[in-house]
Write a protein that binds this ligand. Structure first.
Ligand code: FRU
Length: 481
């Protein structure tokens, strides 16, 4: 107890010590969840309880690198304005001394339960993983109850990130990210009547997918009668336009059979095509929406070179997105509540861009939302240049969509791409140092951090053989606090 209080109080001191430095960063985001100081990674324990959304996060308060993680905590009434809450978990016990790693939340008998992984490093460099529980009556103060699951046979200690839900049969289920002894990634399932005693059901998959050496942060849910398993596999090699980041996040779709095995119908598909996206977690809210938040970062991907480190903080969450199932694919759209952030609007209707013609406008604020409705016939090449740093390009001939940015490491142009049949709609969320592009109302999403020096220009050009008709609307986004 004493150690717990000591760690939490040291972390709070760190927030106070660097508050001015953090807040004075011009790249501090205006409407995204960020750490008050230090490093933020995965979203954890995302849930709505009595009308309030709770979002916990992996947090290292003492440096802008990884280490023994805490669970920080934000709440919100509307998924837009977030309030900082007391620290939920600190790595203070023998079973979590090297990190209260990722996990999830459920509500049972008017209490909130957090399930998380206790990470323990041994002196010889190996590790132990315990799936632990902490309980709260008010959703703010948590009492740790210790481990409920230890390592099963056949798996290495890379065994973490429990996601718990209640099945239609009223039983509790937990899926955990794992590595098999043959060093292949997997996700395993447990079942419980009382949240205390958990029965091991083995792999959640009915057959091996052979996808990488470790699956982190699994999440299972059903949408339109389909079973969907999200996870973040490590160890996939880049292949064509796919798997370009150091690690990926995506999903497989199938049917959960009576033996609790997912019979996969559609193989692994990446959730986001941009540069920074990892470890997403979903929740079902009181309006029965399946909402996803991801970490706008990727482990080991030049994290230590992000410019915000000079101001003692690094990383943020993505905007919350609603998931729907359409045309054999998961669609992701920004939650409608984000419209409440819109303030001054400028609308350019009936834009006709002749070949090589350019239309430009100045953003009033670096936090802005841009919507473009696009109507083009035949071969067209559309280019949108934002703040002299990011370029969005659609080549209808090649059916290729591209997001380019100037690397924050060396300034060189780097790109992420995907095949796209046609382009009719773009919704772009810009913050001081981030961009989230929703393509064709959520058919694809590109998320990235970018660090523009100055300039608020947006330049739109048609560089193909045909003119392009567009309607462009731009809103200034109000700061959320
Ligand atoms: C994913 C991850 C999880 C782990 C956590 C530790 O980014 O590696 O597997 O629980 O981060 O912070």
């Amino acid at each position: 107890m004493e150690r717990d209080q000591q760690l939490k109080s040291d972390a709070l001191k760190e927030i106070l010590k660097y508050k001015d430095e953090v807040e004075s960063d011009p790249y501090r985001l205006h409407y995204h969840v960020m750490p008050p100081v230090g490093l933020l990674n995965d979203p954890n324990g995302f849930i709505q309880w009595k009308g309030t959304y709770h979002l916990f996060y992996q947090w290292m308060p003492f440096k802008t690198g990884h280490g023994p993680k805490f669970w920080g905590h934000y709440t919100s009434k509307d998924l837009v304005h977030w309030q900082e809450e007391p620290i939920a978990l600190a790595p203070s016990d023998w079973f979590d001394k090297d990190g209260c790693y990722s996990g999830s939340a459920i509500i049972h008998q008017d209490q909130m339960y957090l399930f998380y992984t206790g990470n323990v490093k041994r002196e010889d460099g190996t590790r132990e993983s315990y799936q632990c529980v902490a309980i709260s009556k008010d959703g703010v103060h948590f009492e740790k109850k210790g481990p409920v699951i230890t390592l099963p046979n056949g798996y290495t200690p890379h065994f973490r990130d429990p996601k718990v839900w209640q099945g239609k049969d009223e039983l509790w289920y937990m899926v955990i990210g794992a590595q098999k002894e043959n060093l292949e990634g997997d996700a395993v399932l447990y079942q419980s009547h009382d949240l205390e005693n958990w029965e091991f059901l083995g792999s959640i998959m009915d057959k091996d997918l052979s996808l990488g050496y470790m699956w982190e942060c699994p999440d299972y849910f059903e949408l339109n009668g389909k079973g969907i398993l999200l996870f973040s596999p490590q160890g996939l090699k880049a292949s064509g336009f796919n798997y370009q980041n150091v690690y990926q996040s995506g999903y497989v779709i199938g049917d959960m059979n009576e033996q609790n095995k997912l019979q996969v119908q559609k193989g692994f598909c990446e959730l986001d095509r941009g540069f920074e996206f990892y470890a997403p977690q979903t929740m079902l809210d009181e309006q029965s929406r399946r909402i996803l938040i991801g970490w706008m970062g990727v482990p080991d991907q030049d994290e230590d070179k992000q410019p915000t480190i000079d101001h003692k903080w690094v990383h943020s969450m993505t905007l919350p997105r609603q998931l729907t199932w359409k045309e054999d694919k998961l669609y992701q759209t920004p939650v409608k509540e984000l419209e409440t952030l819109r303030s001054k609007m400028v609308n350019h209707s009936d834009l006709e861009l002749d070949v090589n013609e350019q239309f430009s406008f100045e953003l009033e604020n670096s936090a802005s939302e841009i919507e473009a409705k696009i109507n083009s016939e035949g071969t067209s090449l559309l280019e949108i240049n934002i703040r002299d740093n990011v370029r969005i390009i659609f080549n209808s001939n090649q059916k290729l969509f591209t997001l380019e940015r100037k690397s924050y490491v060396d300034g060189l142009v780097e790109r992420r791409q995907c095949i796209l049949d046609h382009l009719s709609h773009l919704q772009i969320f810009l913050d001081t140092s981030s961009i989230e592009v929703f393509v064709n109302k959520g058919e694809e999403v590109f998320t990235a951090r970018f660090f523009p020096y100055k300039g608020k220009d947006v330049r739109i050009r048609s560089i193909g053989e045909k003119k392009i008709q567009m309607e462009v609307t731009c809103w200034t986004i109000k700061r959320d606090r």
